[in-house]
Design a protein around this ligand. Structure first.
Ligand code: ZN
Length: 302
């Protein structure tokens, strides 16, 4: 549930928010997207009033927070460093960022470019998805969407990013989703389960599809569960194998007899969406006949 993970940042496409306490206040009035490095590019978002101040903020941040091997921040270029004249100097200590300027890109993030309509459309979709699953209020939905969009938006200019950027909800700057009520945390959890995989967001354009697939999945699970219960089974917890788009299969096993049921949101042609012994056969534990050896062992006389 973190925005950035310093430890594995080199292998991640996450956006690193440099001075994130300023997001809600928008004190500086401008935000900048800075990409660093040719391969395994790191993406930073910095709030600052100008391009050069954005680099100052970034250099201070890197000096304090970044593992040195990723982007070295140095006091002085060493004699013979060929790239030195292309390094950027800045920050409170006037340090150099040991990455050639031509391996960096900076551009202003223009929030007004994104049509409000698109942002609202996505927000409404996610909001009604939550309203379908929880007895809740508009404020709780706003709060859950705030944290979800803040923690999972990876594109600074995306619709999802703009949901928290333009949200009415303003948390205290030390708060996280864990400071919220149990209900909000559950709503956040459902968004996370439905629209992310391994901490990565599923493609926002597939939100419609993911919502539909998720509804299909809950519907299938319900139907399957009813069928199993009517056969006397006592089913356990679903084991989901679901893609970020919500497509996939889920399994459940009767805790009394071990018979299985499987649901598939995307069955092959002529395949079935609900199947397994638990929907076809009644609950009756099946004992296997023990061999004489097993019986002796069991009785401690082997
Ligand atoms: Zn059973």
């Amino acid at each position: 549930m973190k925005i950035y993970r310093i430890a594995d940042i080199s292998s991640s496409n996450d956006v690193i928010y440099v001075n994130k306490e300023d997001y809600d206040g928008n004190f500086w009035g401008h935000s900048w997207a800075i990409d660093v490095g040719i391969t395994g590019t790191l993406h930073f978002v910095v709030n600052a009033s100008s391009e050069s101040e954005a680099f100052d903020e970034l250099i201070d941040y890197l000096e304090k927070k970044m593992p040195e091997e990723l982007i070295p921040i140095v006091k002085e270029p060493k004699l013979g460093d060929e790239d030195e004249e292309r390094w950027i100097r800045g920050g409170n200590h006037g340090r150099y960022m040991a990455t050639p300027i031509d391996e960096m890109q900076i551009k202003e993030i223009n929030y007004t470019k994104l049509h409000k309509k698109q942002v609202n459309a996505l927000k409404n979709k996610l909001g009604s998805f939550l309203a379908d699953h929880f007895v809740t209020t508009a404020n709780d939905i706003e709060t859950a969407l705030y944290w979800f969009s803040r923690n999972f938006s990876t594109e600074p200019n995306s619709e999802l990013y703009n949901i928290f950027k333009t949200s009415k909800y303003v948390p205290g700057w030390k708060e996280t989703v864990d400071s919220e009520t149990e209900l909000v945390k559950q709503m956040y959890g459902l968004l996370e389960d439905t629209f992310t995989l391994n901490g990565m967001l599923s493609i926002p354009s597939s939100v419609d599809e993911a919502i539909e697939n998720n509804l299909t999945l809950s519907k299938l699970k319900n139907e399957a569960l009813q069928a199993c219960i009517s056969r006397g089974h006592n089913m356990g917890v679903w084991d989901d194998h679901i893609s970020p788009s919500g497509k996939g299969t889920s399994f459940n096993t009767c805790v009394k007899c071990g018979k299985e049921v499987m649901v598939d949101t995307n069955p092959p042609p002529n395949g079935i969406d609900i199947g397994g012994e638990a929907v076809a056969l009644s609950c009756k534990p099946e004992y296997e006949m023990a061999t004489p050896e097993e019986l002796k062992r069991e009785l401690g006389i082997g």
